[in-house]
Structure formats: structure tokens, C-alpha cells
Design a protein around this ligand. Structure first.
Ligand code: FAD
Length: 519
């Protein structure tokens, strides 16, 4: 208890001296009451600045305590404790995965941050068999899920591009990548969840049991409960991957080919794409890890154009089936209209392919370019308006700007479950578009946020019908517009599972006091 008092005084001084508003600092007795909770893990107070940082590097809202849960019961006890304080307490609780949010979504200003990676009591267990699955902790990194399941020759079906994200974090959004066109997002590949609700109840849910909570939590931005365990569907894992990149000079043939590939029965296993603006020597950059199909033509290819479109695909194979893979790839490529000189490919292990962004992370970290601000903008664009969107955004708004990769690839709506909380357009095919900016140098944050605003403003004016993925809104009208006709149901679910609006305050959808009113 003495230690807690000292920590509290230190915190008070820290917040006062640093100029951070102290209005969120709860009364001493509130903080001290945390010390009375019987826990398998512990609260800490020295790591508050770390819990107020995220990948976006644009927001910092220090909590008053960090819980390192030793068990699911620790999480339930803590949330229940805050729930019992009632609606006049300002204390909130945020589950923090790997803190890879962009605008403070996993932070809790003056509240409690639960470090989900500390939850080691939920042991990962692979269940092979006819319908294989893995049970994993909500705080587990996907890279660890992959490593474990590969030992059984199995792997999850649907991925994100980067695997150093947590199971609970991506399932609270959707989890999308080049497998989404076929398997749906990660939230379409979950059989069961264990959740601690905003009342501190521990509930197991699935499509058959407590199904409303199950669907609410998937893509639910952490609003309805803390995912402590997820049961994830698996499939046999290939050993190798043929990884292919080709370039297009025009958007129409690029997207027509993408759409043809995602609707074909026999097709690639991963289909993505990206847009390159004002980048020189793109093929030369590829040479460090890819081989040109025709080295001579590739060396003559003029890539110094303003806008290029890259289609990226993979075909899975095991070494003994390499010949069949070659034939299938050849047949598929022969249907595409890319620039022939730009065909590059390489063969890598399944692990190397899935963990590919981590290799870039290591290089960027070495140059000090990983922990820079990331004013990302992720959008979902309906197929019917993607051409109007592209013309204005790539041709005009971003004409002279090149702050990082721009992803653009279509997915099939039929693979998404409309009972989940994630918001998608009402069209059979829609595009995932990610502007993955890094803000480097003076004024870069302001300039990039301004570009993001221009993209959003244009989309609104031209009725493009975009939705934000990993949404970042601050006002109630924005959230209402985001959820559209589903807003009432979303609010209703909030009232059911987290009536005091304790959970995930960093999403800025609901405010805890005086009651669970929207912001
Ligand atoms: P956090 O950022 O810590 O949390 C995200 C939100 O979920 C917060 O509101 C938090 O309170 C809540 N939360 C966290 N854990 C739980 C839990 N167990 N239960 C309930 N709520 C919880 N996304 C894609 O879909 N596809 C991609 O290809 C992709 N690539 C990425 C690449 C990089 C380099 C980065 C930084 C992010 C990428 N993302 C991608 C985005 C990623 O899905 C989000 O950042 C997401 O927030 C997951 O990160 P996290 O596990 O660190 O969760």
C-alpha cells in the first residue's frame, strides 16, 4: 500500500509537471482501491508513458495504471471493480494489444490499460483433426500463432499483412489481407470467443451460444468486451509460395484483372495490389528479392512514370508439386494484361512470405524510420465508384506526394458476415485502400493529415460512399454516419454489454459519464 501511495504521488507530480491535464487523475482512494484487488498478476505504474504510445505516434493519453493480468479472472475482477464504482467515476479500461493503433485507440486517458500480451495463462492449443482449430489468447501475436500451428502442418486461413499484431486487436477491427477475397477477413474465420464484458462477466460465445455478443465483438472496436481467448479455424499449410509482382500502366486493366482473379474459381491464393506515385526505379528495387522473368526486357523498362499499378499474387505449393504450380501460374498469368517486361517472381517459404513486413520493419528500425509518426488513412471504397476515386486521388490530390505505400485490392462481400460489427459497403465487390504514410521531416504530419482530409472531403462531396477501416472519428455525427442504419443496433449492443461505457475509450465513440451517452 505504501508503494501505491508513493506511485500515486509520483504520478501526480509527473502529470502536473509535464503540463498534461490532470482532470482525469482519479481520487487517491480510487487508485488505492486497485491495490485491494486479489490478483494473479499485478498493476504497474512505472510504464504509463509506454502505455500512452502507439504505432501512429500522434496521440498520447497517459493512463493511471497498467494491469499485467496473470489470468482472465484478473481482467474480470478489474473491470467488475470499475463497473461497481458506478457511472460517476470517470475510470475507464482499455485492452492494449501490441499498441499498433494509429490515433490512440488502445489508450485510456486517466484510466487503466490492460497489457494483453501479459496474459500468459491462456495457453495456445492446436487441435488437429477434420476441422482443425487453435485456441489462442487475445493478447497473442499472430506470428506466434503461425509458429505454433506450423508445427502441426497447419495455419490460419486469413491474415493481415503484418503479423506482429495481436489476435484480440485485429479481431476487434476485421483483419484483412490478400487472402480476404477467398476466406473473408479474420473475423470470418473464428469459431468461438471468450470475452470479459463491461460488467466484468466472463462469457463464452460462438455462432451457436451467446451469438449476439460473438458477432458484436467481431469488428466491434473493443466496445463490447475484452477478447481473452479466440478459437481460430485452421487449414493445411503449404511449405512454399510462388510470389509474383507485375506492373500496369492503366488503372482500368489493373482493376479488371484483379476483379477477374478474385471471382475465378481456380486462382491465386493471395491477391493484393498497390499504387506507386512518383517513384523511380521500382523494378530495380524489386531486384534485391525478386527475379525478372525476362532480365533484358526488364532492364529496358521505363518506370519513371507518375503513376504505376502493381498487382501482387502468390500461389502456394509443396516442392513435390512444383511442376503443377508452374502450369497453373502460367495459365493464370496468360489471362492478364500487365506489361510483360515487368513480370518478377521469387519462391519463399510460407513463413517468409507471411512475415514479410517484419523484414521491412527490421530495415526501417535500423534507419530510425519505424518509430516515426504514421498518419495512415484506411478506406473501403465501393467498386462502382473506385474509378472516380482513383482519378481524383492518384491523379490530382496525391500527384506530387509520395509518403509511403498505397495498397489497393478488391474483396468479395459474400465472404463477410453482416452480423458482425464491421461496416462495409452494400456492393458485391469493394476495394480496400490503405494510404500507409510515414511523416518524416518538418510539417510532414500537418501536410499528410491535410492530404487525408482532402481525400475524405472529395469522397464525401462526390458521393463515393467510402467507409473508414480502422476508423478514426471524434464526433457523434461522424460515428452515426459511419454506422448509418446500424447505429441504433450498435448503441443497443453497447447498452447491453458495456452499459457504463468503460471499455476502449480511445475509440472515442462513447463517453463514460454522466451516463453511457455517445460523445
Ligand atoms: P491495439 O492497437 O493495441 O488495439 C486495437 C483496438 O482494439 C483498441 O481499441 C484496443 O482497445 C482494442 N483491443 C486490443 N486488444 C483487445 C482485446 N483482446 N479485446 C478487445 N479489444 C481489444 N490491419 C489489417 O486488417 N490488415 C493489415 O494488413 C494490417 N497491417 C498492418 C501493418 C502494420 C505495420 C500496422 C502497424 C498495423 C496493421 N494493421 C493491419 C492494423 C491493425 O489491425 C491494427 O493496428 C490493430 O489495432 C491491431 O493492432 P494491435 O493488436 O496492436 O491492437
Amino acid at each position: 500500500m505504501k508503494q501505491l501511495v508513493l506511485q500515486y504521488l509520483k504520478l501526480f507530480l509527473l502529470l502536473g509537471l509535464s503540463g498534461v491535464t490532470t482532470e482525469h487523475v482519479p481520487k487517491y482512494d480510487v487508485l488505492a482501491s486497485l491495490g485491494t484487488l486479489p490478483l494473479d498478476g499485478h498493476f504497474s505504474f512505472h510504464d504509463l508513458p509506454a502505455a500512452a504510445r502507439d504505432f501512429g505516434n500522434l496521440s498520447s493519453f497517459p493512463p493511471v495504471a497498467v494491469l499485467h493480468p496473470g489470468s482472465v479472472a484478473d481482467i474480470a475482477r478489474t473491470v467488475r471493480h470499475v463497473f461497481l464504482m458506478g457511472e460517476h467515476s470517470t475510470l475507464t479500461v482499455a485492452a492494449r494489444g501490441h499498441g499498433h493503433s494509429l490515433y490512440g485507440q488502445s489508450q485510456a486517458a486517466g484510466g487503466i490499460v490492460i497489457r494483453m500480451e501479459s496474459l500468459q495463462s491462456v495457453k495456445m492449443q492446436v487441435h488437429p483433426g477434420a476441422s482443425p482449430y487453435v485456441d489462442a489468447s487475445g493478447g497473442e501475436l499472430w506470428i506466434n500463432v503461425l509458429k505454433k500451428t506450423l508445427k502441426y502442418g497447419l495455419a490460419p486461413k486469413s491474415w493481415t499483412d503484418y503479423l506482429h499484431l495481436t489476435v484480440g486487436g485485429t479481431l476487434s477491427n476485421a483483419g484483412v489481407s490478400g487472402q480476404t477475397f477467398r476466406h473473408g477477413p479474420q473475423i470470418s474465420n473464428v469459431n468461438e470467443l471468450e470475452i470479459v464484458t463491461g460488467r466484468g462477466d466472463i462469457i463464452t460465445c460462438s455462432p451457436e451460444q451467446n451469438n449476439d455478443l460473438f458477432h458484436a465483438a467481431l469488428g466491434g472496436l473493443g466496445q463490447f468486451g475484452i477478447i481473452t481467448r479466440a478459437r481460430i479455424a485452421l487449414e493445411p499449410a503449404p511449405q512454399m509460395v510462388r510470389w509474383i509482382r507485375v506492373l500496369y500502366l492503366d488503372f482500368v486493366s489493373f482493376t479488371e484483372d484483379q476483379e477477374m482473379l478474385i471471382s475465378a474459381e481456380k486462382t491465386f491464393d493471395y491477391i493484393e495490389g498497390f499504387v506507386s506515385i512518383n517513384r523511380t526505379g521500382i523494378l530495380n528495387n524489386w531486384r534485391s528479392s525478386f527475379n525478372p522473368q525476362d532480365p533484358e526486357r526488364a532492364s529496358q523498362f521505363e518506370t519513371d512514370r507518375k503513376v504505376l499499378f502493381c498487382l501482387e499474387m502468390t500461389k502456394n505449393f509443396n516442392p513435390e508439386e512444383a511442376d503443377i504450380m508452374e502450369q497453373e501460374v502460367h495459365a493464370l498469368l496468360s489471362q492478364l494484361r500487365y506489361t510483360p517486361a515487368s513480370l518478377f517472381h521469387t519462391d519463399v517459404t510460407y513463413m517468409e512470405f507471411l512475415d514479410r513486413v517484419h523484414s521491412s520493419e527490421i530495415k526501417l528500425r535500423a534507419k530510425g524510420l519505424w518509430e516515426v509518426p504514421h498518419p495512415w488513412l484506411n478506406l473501403i471504397v465501393p467498386r462502382s465508384t473506385v474509378h472516380t476515386f482513383a482519378k481524383q486521388v492518384f491523379g490530382k490530390i496525391l500527384e506530387d506526394n509520395n509518403n509511403g505505400p498505397i495498397l489497393l485490392y478488391p474483396v468479395n462481400k459474400s465472404r463477410w458476415d453482416n452480423r458482425t460489427s464491421v461496416v462495409i459497403p452494400n456492393e458485391e465487390v469493394f476495394y480496400l485502400v490503405g494510404f500507409l504514410h510515414s511523416a518524416i521531416g518538418p510539417h510532414s504530419i500537418k501536410r499528410t493529415l491535410n492530404l487525408n482530409n482532402q481525400i475524405i472531403e472529395f469522397s464525401n462531396k462526390a458521393s463515393i460512399g467510402v467507409r473508414q477501416y480502422l476508423p478514426n472519428y471524434t464526433t457523434e455525427p461522424e460515428w452515426k454516419a459511419h454506422y448509418g442504419a446500424r447505429w441504433d443496433a450498435f448503441q443497443q449492443r453497447k447498452n447491453t454489454y458495456d452499459p457504463l461505457a468503460i471499455l476502449a475509450p480511445g475509440q472515442r465513440i462513447f463517453q463514460k459519464t454522466p451516463a453511457s451517452l455517445p460523445l
